[in-house]
Design a protein around this ligand. Structure first.
Ligand code: BES
Ligand code: MN
Ligand code: ZN
Length: 499
């Protein structure tokens, strides 16, 4: 995959020989023309201070993600002036997410370009670089000719406000974008190519390349150790389940120890409680949580965060067959609790329960789990907002980080009365309630049963946000989005700084 290169612009953006120079626009007050944002001063000066008026004539309004291209005709060294809308901004200063989305929209609109100069770095260098790199993403591994079509923009140079170490900011953004792109690649890899064995092999390769400790349990090892949830869900498939553990030490003096857990269902047919055929292809993304925690753990090592991180990742394929687990089966989970399976399509919580119990054996300070767990998440919050559950403080901390990095998130309750609805006639608990009300919360209540007493924990339901079934927007392409890698990173960085 040819990746976009980023750098800092040397000298005036007006003098830079490039295919295009990018300026940011805000909507004007009342009927006035749109307004240029910081960073565009020298470009505007080259147009005798009339750039905003000119862009207005060309139809630019400053509305979010609108891209308008105007030939420069020699006024500046770049061939094109490209204006991108940021949308309305408080006090005329766009926030990071506005810059990230606008930069993503520009990266998409300038696919096929060679060298581009972006003045959006002056507003927010981190956001401009991240948005550019994430917006330029394409997944072509399974195209007959992966090189066909427009190439991602080759090179983007950013202006900067100069109040920070620009090169260091870019290095960080490149590492973050790499982790998100890795996550997207894993999600976008089809289920006949990515199944537990190959997924585990890929995780091992990524982990070892980053210097992590890697452990892979195959089905025999899972049986030996009593991982009844992972084995039960995986037993209907000829592609046998795995449990992968990746550990970053946190360097010489780790501040805290964090357990990450991610759902790795490589394809979810629903099993014997089979799903309708329409839209079932979406279930190629049911390992998005697993992909995100693998990439985040690798990223923690790349950035040498002073936090010990261990990802515990259960991987299975949920298939109907004569060997599949059935509604009515009772599974003995890792750690000994028993679960009556009333619906084989509520499989995520079963593999996660095993993994959560295993993760707690390391005695972490925090446990964060993420999964494409329930359709109910989308009913409650839509396709772009993750539902966060767990212990009060960590839940709110995760939700706040999600919103701050542009991975929208909202704290949800775990109503106590739902626990009784998971009571089982024969086992310690059932895997579903008898109705669909509060389905996202019931799944959270189920997981809570497996979290060690007193361990601060959070569950991030990303059923909707992990996979974009609509058109591209901002820096979000179709398919795998890479959510919540940046939320998890923000949390780890927060823990590194504040405990
Ligand atoms: N993987 C699905 C949840 C899902 C649905 C993710 C749509 C992304 C998009 C999960 O395994 C599932 O099937 N959940 C059931 C739970 C129900 C049986 C209690 C659901 O949401 O219908
Ligand atoms: Mn399911
Ligand atoms: Zn699932």
């Amino acid at each position: 995959m040819s990746a976009t290169e980023v750098g800092l612009v040397v000298g005036s953006p007006a003098a830079a020989e490039a295919d295009a120079v990018v300026v940011g626009l805000l909507p004007g007050e009342d009927d006035g023309h749109p307004v240029l944002v910081a960073g565009a001063e020298e470009i505007d000066a080259a147009f005798d201070g009339e750039l905003a008026a000119l862009l207005d004539l060309a139809g630019a309004s400053g509305k979010a993600e609108e891209v308008v291209k105007v030939p420069s005709r020699g006024a500046v060294a770049a061939k094109l002036v490209v204006a991108v809308g940021l949308g309305p901004a408080e006090n005329g200063i766009p926030d990071g997410e506005q810059v990230r989305r606008a930069s993503g929209a520009v990266a998409r609109a300038l696919a096929g370009s060679g060298r581009v100069v972006s003045t959006l770095g002056t507003v927010d260098l981190t956001a401009a670089a991240e948005g550019t790199l994430l917006g330029a993403y394409r997944f072509t591994a399974f195209k007959g000719d992966p090189e066909a079509g427009k190439k991602p923009v080759a090179q983007v140079e950013f202006s900067s406000a100069g109040d920070e170490d620009g090169l260091e900011v870019l290095r960080h953004a490149v590492a973050v974008a790499h982790a998100v792109r890795t996550t997207r690649d894993l999600i976008n890899t089809p289920p006949n190519a990515l199944y537990p064995e190959t997924f585990a092999a890929r995780a091992k390769e990524l982990g070892e390349a980053a210097g992590l400790d890697v452990e892979v349990l195959d089905d025999a090892a899972l049986a030996e150790a009593g991982f009844g949830g992972v084995l039960g869900v995986g037993q209907g498939s000829s592609r046998k389940p795995r449990l992968v553990r990746l550990s970053w030490s946190g360097g010489a003096t780790p501040v805290k120890k964090v357990a990450l857990v991610g759902k790795g269902i490589t394809f979810d047919t629903g099993g014997i409680s089979i799903k309708p055929a329409a839209g079932m292809d979406h279930m190629t993304s049911d390992m998005s949580g697993a992909a995100a925690v693998i990439a985040t753990t690798v990223l923690a090592a790349t950035l040498e965060l002073p936090v010990a991180v261990t990802a515990t990742v259960p991987m299975a394929e949920n298939m109907p067959s004569d060997t599949a687990y059935r509604p009515g089966d009772v599974l003995t989970m890792y750690g000994g609790k028993t679960v009556e399976v009333l619906n084989t399509d509520a499989e995520g919580r079963l593999i996660l329960a095993d993994a959560i119990v295993r993760a707690a054996e390391d005695e972490p300070d925090y446990l964060v789990e993420t999964s494409t767990l329930t359709g109910a998440q989308m009913v409650a919050l839509g396709t772009r907002t993750a539902g966060i559950m767990g212990s009060d403080e960590l839940r709110d901390r995760v939700a706040a980080h999600g919103r701050a990095v542009g991975e929208d998130a909202w704290a949800m309750p775990l109503p106590e009365h739902l626990r009784a609805e998971l009571d089982s006639r024969v086992a310690d608990l059932a895997n579903v309630t008898g109705n669909r009300f509060g389905g996202m919360l019931a799944a959270g209540i189920f997981l809570r049963e497996f979290v060690a007493e007193g361990l601060p924990w959070a569950h991030i339901d990303i059923a909707g946000p992990s996979f974009n079934t609509g058109g591209p927007w901002g820096y979000t392409p179709k398919g795998g989005t890479g959510t919540p890698v940046r939320t998890l990173l923000a949390l780890l960085e927060d823990i590194a700084a504040n405990g």
